[in-house]
Structure formats: structure tokens, C-alpha cells
Design a protein around this ligand. Sequence first.
Ligand SMILES: *Cc1c(COP(=O)(O)O)cnc(C)c1O
Length: 496
Amino acid sequence: MMENLVYKSTRGHGDPVSASYAIVHGIAEDGGLFVPDHLPKMDKTLEELLTMDYRALAYEVMKLYLPDFSEDELHYCIDRAYDDKFDTSKIVPLSHPGETHVLELFHGATLAFKDMALSVLPYLMTTAAHKQNLEEEIVILTATSGDTGKAALEGFSNLSWGRIIVFYPKEGVSPIHKLQMVTQQGDNTHVVAIKGNFDDAQRSVKEIFTNPEEAVKMKNAGYMFSSANSINIGRLVPQIVYYYWGYLQMVRDQKVELGDSVNFCVPTGNFGNILAAHYAKSMGLPIGKLICASNSNNVLTDFFHTARYNSNRPFHITSSPSMDILVSSNLERLVYELCQGDGAKVQELMDSLRQRGSYILDLDPALLQEEFWADFADEEETAEAIRQMYTAYHYVMDPHTAVAYSVAEKYGKETGDARPMVIVSTASPYKFPASILAAIGVPAPKEEEALMEKLSEISDTTVPQRVRQVLGSQIRHHRVCEKDRVLAEVHDILGL
Ligand SMILES: *Cc1c(COP(=O)(O)O)cnc(C)c1O
């Protein structure tokens, strides 16, 4: 086993740390993100990988990034994560509507791609805490606008160890997201509505994380706070696996010959998903171009065209809410590579982002475009993509996937690149039935359940069991707090 891969902060301070340290702590002490000190190469051939199931493949990828986990430990985590919580034994199926290839990452417990990482993160964190001889009980604090909160609750509810507290804006999540969260089972799960918006929730949670007095108080009480959001490398590493899987599935379905390259188009928000694709490419997977697809919040499109990041722009609320982001946190990891690992430089750029909302990379945008191609789809184009795919192939895409499809079409037209393109699909259409029916032009019923039935009827697919369960479940979480009482709420939950 390769023992020498360690993690460093993107901002250059502190000693290198082990994978398990990086997972338990989530973020580096200097505020930077943990990155591997080098990107490993896959040590198996594609022929060898081709015969593996999802779990075996996950082991081959993840062991390279988590060298301080033993073989048994890693198998333990993977086997418990990728089991019958997923509604297909393939874990991630690849569909081929018409000439299109769609990698469906939404077959887990909460019907969103966050399940791919958040089903395994709780086990990685338990194992890592054990390796770090941590005596405190970990308390995961998460602010969410929907997908992350539910997927994290579901993941951590399976543990007999640790707790999770999720804060969501009372009026700022979709009905189905809210129901998914407030019906959550598990004695170690806590869900609190904040009388405020997502930014209030996010800010309050961040303040608790960076409050040194609070850390001491928690330690004395036997607790430690950690994070389940996508800055944790324990979320990034499991996402590399499905790029390998998607590629191998293209070969198995005889869409490409082993070794030929394939493009991927990724609907992007915080840049975690597409960064995992970039890591897969660096490991030797034959990926051609990575297409970075944004919605009207197109800050990344501009970044890849100009090498300038500028978040000073209007914030658009769209039909693909998980991509409504102006500060893409994981981009810092790519910027670190582009700065050749110069932590001081990254620190300077991130300071500029915090103070001015923007930064300028000192490089030719053509360099960025060797690997990435970026564009966006506005609301009308997104709806058009849903309508087109449905009319032509009777296949329904959620709005996030539709953004990717629309941008992939633009890429094909503009470049003439004939290599096969895999569209990365990040949410089940059953999470967004109203937007989809509106796009297709079908009158939409008001009630959530009737919406699902209508979608099922027009698409000849069945309403996922998980959604039915949620609609009929008892509400278990009733906590509501003022936006300036978040810390008090945490204390109350922990009995302090
Ligand atoms: C989180 C999310 C995204 C964005 O993924 P990033 O890793 O943040 O780029 C896209 N679609 C859905 C449905 C999501 O939940």
C-alpha cells in the first residue's frame, strides 16, 4: 500500500497531515482546504477494473487517497455505504436515451448525488476518529438549503455514534426537502428550522466553527464539531469512483472501445463534483474534455473564459437551486494546482475574494481551456432541454441535469468534437416534479403527491419508494429558532 500520500492546506500553513486527520477536521487551521500533496496514478489496468462491481472499484480508487486506512477498514466503510440503500445493484446506472449517455447519480437514499459521498462519509469519519484516538463525540453541524442536509442526516442516522444537527431556512427549502428532513428517523439526528434565509443559517454555523471559546467549552463537555459539507476530502474522494464507473459502463455497453476517451458534462455549483472528475483524469482515466455547466449564476463560465473570478453580480433564484452559488468553495483546490502549490499566492487570492468579491489569476485562459470548457443555460434553455429530451426520447431529466444537457449540446455545436459525451445527472426528476411538468407543458396539480403521480403517468416510471415513504411519514422534528439563537439551540440539544 502506498503510504506516502499526505494532505496539505491550500493556503500553505501547517505540517502535512494524514487522510484520517483531514477527514475528522474537515478544514485546515489556516482556513484552507486539504489537498493531496500529489495526485496518485491508478495502479490497476482498465481491463482489470472492467470486471469489478461498484464496491470493488470504490476500494481501488479510494485506497490511493486514504493510505492510512487498512484494507479491512476501507472495505468495512464501502460495504456499509453502497448496499441496498440504493435502489439498483449497479449503484450508478448509465442510461442511453437516443444518442445521449446519462450517468444517474440519484439512486441513493435521498435521490440526489450527495448520497454518493454522504453514504460513506459517516463510516470514514467514524474510522478516522478511531485512528486519531479521538475521545470526544463528534457533532456534525450542517446548514442546508436541501440536498446536503437530508443526505447527511440519512448517512449519519445509520451510526450508533456521533450526532448530527441540521439547520435549514424555515421558508427557504422546497416542500419535499422539508418533509424529507423533518421526518428523519434516528435518535442521533436533530433538525432545526431557522427564522431566516440560507445565508443566516450558513453564517451562524460558520461562526460556531470558528469560535475558539466554544471549541474549548465543547472539548470540556466531551464534544467536537465537524463538517459534512463538500470541503471535506471525505466527500471528494468517493466522488472520483463514479467517473471510473461511468467510463467502464460506456465500455460494457459498447459505446466506446477500452482506452478511447470520453467527455463528461457536469452541472456545477460548489465545484466538488467536477473536481472529482479532474482527479479521475489526472489518475489516468481517458477523459477528453470536462464541461463545466452552470445555470444563470454563471460565475464559473466567466472564470474559465477570462481566468478572473468575480462574484459581484446579481444572485438568481433558478429551477436548479443546488447550483445557485456565487462563491464556489472547491475551486480553491483547482486554483492551488494552477498556482503550482504556492500557498501564499492562494491565500492572497482568497483574501481578495473575501475583501473584494473577486480575484485575477495570473495566467492565460487558454491554459484553463485545455482541460475545461464552460458555458451556462438560462431558465428558458433549461426548460427547453427538459421538453426536448422528453419529446424525443420520453426521458425526464431534473432541472440540474437539464442544465448539463443544454450546455453539452452547445459544446457539440460549437466545437464539433465527436467524442462521446456523458451527461452527469445529479437529482431524480421526482424531486422537482412541478418544474418538469411546467417545462413539458402539462398542467400541474397543486398537491405534492398528485404532482408525483402525474410525473409518473407521463414518463412511465414509478414514483420511488423513498418519496412515497416520506409523503406518508410522521413529522419527528419540530424545533424552530430565531436566527441569532443558533448557538443556544445547539447547547440545548446537547444538554449544556
Ligand atoms: C450539490 C448539487 C449540485 C452541485 O454539485 P457541486 O459539487 O457543488 O458542484 C448539482 N446538482 C445537484 C442536484 C446537487 O445537489
